[in-house]
Design a protein around this ligand. Sequence first.
Ligand code: ZN
Length: 155
Amino acid sequence: MRRVIVVLAALLAVVCVCDAVKFGQLCSGNPENRRRMSDTWGQGHYGARRGSRSHQGLDIVCSDGSDVLAPFDVTLNGKLTVYSDANKAAINSGINLRGAGLCFKLFYVNPDRTSGSVRKGERIGTMLPMQSVYRGITSHVHVQMCDKSDPTEYF
Ligand code: ZN
């Protein structure tokens, strides 16, 4: 009997690994969470070069004005400010979220609300007008983990 339990526990552990956490759709025009690749402003992957710094998130393609959607059942933990630069005021907001055991931030989103909870797939805000600040860029939502670790495995 004990051996059966051990085997079952091992099988369950394998099942849990296979069922890894993945982000659901983030942006209304991008059902497969397509990533920003290379454009005249840079690249969208984690660790991409940003001058002397490195990119601390992953960029998911999202046209200006699109609906931004909850990628999990989430709780909303307040608005955030992306830049201190007044020239970027048009795209300066985002939101802090928690869901599926992850703590993360979405940049360049004007949130509908900043507290409470939202179901997976429901709207949480609007993609800000990124083209007005970075003309010609691939407009995108920036996904950043609270601890600044690499979010790529969740996509
Ligand atoms: Zn980014």
